[in-house]
Ligand binder design. Structure first.
Ligand code: OOG
Length: 262
């Protein structure tokens, strides 16, 4: 077992790496006993530090590694989740500075916004859809604190599943008006199509990924609360960002979201 003070040290090292914009080596090499559950304990500690130091509040959750292309890209074969803080949210139309990012990448996602609590028993896709107030296009900016994005599942979980920033569309859509599985997606970089996909690339149905999250959270005594947002995971692989890049994601039926980097 890892000692609590080692968990504190890992959380601290990840926080400092983000704050001072540098990479660290994955911790499972030094501590082979670091497993996924301990990874989530470290994630909790990291979030506690960030909330305190940045006066931030939890705004929601993100899923990671929910699509085959992301799992293959990262060599990890199970999803993970992380916490979103209000300090991570950026807004469309404001160019995003890459200066405080280590080696960021961007991913197209579908965001769910909840108006009911999801809890009790085994949570299903229907429970998730019933509690969803709105959906909207999203982009997540991930920025692993690990050297060359090289990690195992416990490492990435400890690092809050590589969370860095997120942007949500500002038009909200009713979840019942669309078929999330068949919803087509076109992702463009600097005007060129770099990826096409559909909702079903995320665990067969993006709401299935959210149900997976809700069940996991329940086991750890946490839950998705009304008003919170959930990013349901990338529909494609992640793309590196450089200053001057412009990305846009369009989803069938729910519009386009754009992000410019400087
Ligand atoms: C882990 C986070 C991946 C997604 O949607 O698949 C993720 C990573 O690849 O660094 O957020």
């Amino acid at each position: 077992m890892l000692k609590a003070d080692i968990e504190d040290q890992i959380a601290d090292k990840l926080y400092e790496a983000e704050r001072h914009v540098y990479e660290v080596d994955k911790f499972t090499e030094q501590f082979p006993e670091l497993n996924v559950e301990l990874g989530y304990d470290i994630q909790d500690k990291l979030i506690e530090i960030k909330c305190k130091e940045e006066q931030a509040k939890i705004s929601g959750w993100k899923l990671g590694l929910t699509s085959k292309s992301k799992q293959e890209m990262m060599g990890v074969h199970e999803p993970s989740y992380g916490v979103l803080l209000d300090s991570m949210q950026l807004f469309e139309g404001e160019p995003i500075s890459t200066q405080s990012l280590i080696h960021a990448k961007v991913e197209p996602e579908i965001a769910f916004i909840f108006n009911k609590e999801i809890s009790g028993g085994v949570i299903s896709v229907t429970d998730v859809l019933d509690a969803t107030a709105y959906i909207t296009p999203a982009m997540e900016i991930i920025d692993s604190r690990y050297r060359n994005f090289d990690f195992t599942l416990p490492d990435v979980v400890a690092d809050n599943s590589s969370s860095s920033r997120y942007i949500l569309g500002e038009r909200l859509y009713q979840v019942n008006d669309v078929d999330l599985r068949l919803m087509g997606m076109v992702f463009k970089k600097n005007g060129e199509i770099i990826e096409t996909s559909a909702g079903a690339s995320v665990m067969g149905h993006p709401a299935r990924a959210v149900a997976w999250l809700a069940n996991k959270l329940q086991k750890r005594g946490q839950r998705i609360k009304p008003g919170e947002v959930v990013l349901s995971g990338a529909l494609s692989k992640a793309f590196s960002i450089a200053a001057g890049d412009h990305f846009s994601v369009s989803f069938d039926g729910i519009g386009t979201l754009e992000a410019a980097f400087k």
